[in-house]
Design a protein around this ligand. Structure first.
Ligand code: AMP
Length: 450
């Protein structure tokens, strides 16, 4: 397929010619029509796959020349480096288009940026915090935004930007196209999609460059966390075979918990990265692992993306990833550059369903290895594994005498009032019998489903 098959326009073709790009990357090929259709889009693709052009080509093709000053396209990214990079990419494509592109990010003088905004623009690329500040100070009007792109949304949520994103959604026009790109799927990303996107189309570039034939895959069924630790320790004891091991876990708390346990056995050989660690700590860990000073690196999905580390002997999925794309990204860290790699996955009973999805995506079964007899099976459970016990109205349970009971005096009348919050909104809600705030984007969605 060439770019000619994409039905672009002359200015874009000329810009692509100048760049020397002839054919679209897979994510560009798959995203073009979906983004151009105007529907909400969720794309799963890593940096380096050409995803910036994947959303910018259709947006630029359809962005008509306008003299109005308020931006019509908003691109949100997690870091200032990415703001600069995305602006550069847009400028490359816009060489023969008369449009105005501006990048804004925190940590720099806001007044300079206000002046730049005042000159008028078509596309704004921003980090969430600075964008919000510019909008609430009224230097920037967002009422004309037709397309919202959120890039690297997994990193954004992992860095704790969820509230800032929601604040921004609140001040954007309801009628707009949402386009989101993420390298990995996480539970937080899924929640955001469910809360704010309307029937999004999904585009997924699952395989991360490494051919599957280069990776020897296998798996163990393991009952629980502590037994997984025992098995992992047993494997890692063979330092000669397991000489550069990337151990994946789904989230930070699990990474810390596993690190603490492994630290009892492999102290000097061990390092960890996840988003609660400082940038310096993370860089140091990666360096040490790269150089081989540490043999074992424990990492979360989001942090391990983009890691370009050679000669990883083994990828161990300490948990079975909930989203099959993440499995592909994880195992793609080994078996690079024609070398054979090994990927081993641990699955509990609960994780069998994730396993089925992964096998479905790859259209192959991962061979099961019998659980080694010499490894201890633990019966101890971590809080997430314990069954939830819900006790309601248990008549045999005696009330604790020392438990604080209700106060022995009645509240004064004025203290009995309950603060219900913004009276204006309550009045409006009563009048219209439904929320009339701009923020309630889910209202239509909820009612459509009924
Ligand atoms: P991205 O994934 O958006 O960070 O893009 C990675 C790099 O690939 C950027 O430097 C792009 O300029 C480049 N690129 C994007 N699309 C193409 C293409 N169709 N052919 C060759 N290179 C491309």
């Amino acid at each position: 397929m060439t770019f000619q098959d994409l039905n672009l326009n002359t200015p874009l073709y000329n810009a692509l010619d100048d760049l020397g790009f002839t054919s679209p990357t897979p994510v560009q090929e798959q995203s073009f029509n979906v983004v151009a259709s105007g529907k909400d889009v969720v794309g799963i693709a890593q940096t380096g796959t050409g995803k910036t052009f994947a959303y910018m080509l259709p947006i630029l093709r359809d962005l008509k020349f306008s003299k109005q000053d308020n931006p019509r396209v908003l691109v949100l990214v997690p870091t200032r480096e990415l703001v600069i990079q995305v602006v550069e990419e847009i400028e490359k494509l816009s060489k023969y288009i008369n449009n105005r592109v501006l990048g804004v990010y925190g940590g720099t003088n806001i007044n300079t940026q206000k002046q730049e905004v005042a000159q008028g623009l078509d596309i704004i690329v921003a980090t969430p915090g600075r964008l919000y500040d510019l909008a609430v100070s009224r230097a920037l009007q967002l009422k004309s935004i037709q397309k919202l792109v959120i890039d690297e949304v997994d990193v954004m949520l992992d860095l704790g930007f969820r509230h800032q994103l929601i604040n921004i959604f609140d001040i954007l026009p309801q009628k707009r196209q949402n386009i989101m790109f993420s390298a990995t799927m996480t539970h937080d990303v899924d929640l955001l999609i469910n809360d704010f996107f309307i029937n999004p189309e999904r585009v997924s570039i699952a395989v991360s460059g490494t051919p599957l034939e280069n990776i020897e895959q296998s798996r163990y069924d393991v009952p629980n966390f502590y037994t997984k630790v025992n098995l992992l320790v047993q494997l890692l004891n063979d330092a000669e075979t397991f000489h550069k091991v990337l151990v994946f876990v789904a989230y930070k708390r699990m990474a810390d918990r596993l690190f603490k346990k492994l630290d009892e056995y492999f102290k000097e050989e061990l390092c960890v990265i996840h988003s609660n660690k400082t940038q310096n700590y993370r860089l140091r860990s990666i360096e040490q692992f790269k150089k081989g000073e540490n043999r074992i690196l424990v990492a979360t999905d989001v942090m391990a993306r983009g890691l370009d580390i050679d000669n990883v002997s083994h990828v161990i999925n300490f948990d079975t990833p909930e989203y099959p794309e993440n499995y592909m990204h994880r195992i793609g860290r080994t078996g690079r550059a024609e070398r054979k790699g090994v990927a081993i996955t641990f699955s509990t009973e609960k994780e069998q369903e994730h396993l089925k999805n992964i096998e479905g995506l790859m259209q192959m079964e991962i061979p099961l290895i019998d659980f080694p007899e010499m490894v201890d099976i633990s019966t101890e459970l971590i809080p997430e594994e314990r069954p939830e016990i819900k006790e309601r109205n248990n008549p045999t349970k005696r009330k604790d005498e020392d438990e604080p009971g209700p106060a022995f005096h009645e509240k004064k009348e004025k203290n009995q009032k309950v603060n219900l919050g913004g009276s204006y909104r309550r009045e409006i809600a009563k009048k219209y019998k439904k929320p009339k705030t701009r923020g309630d984007k889910n209202f239509n969605k909820r009612n459509k489903r009924k």
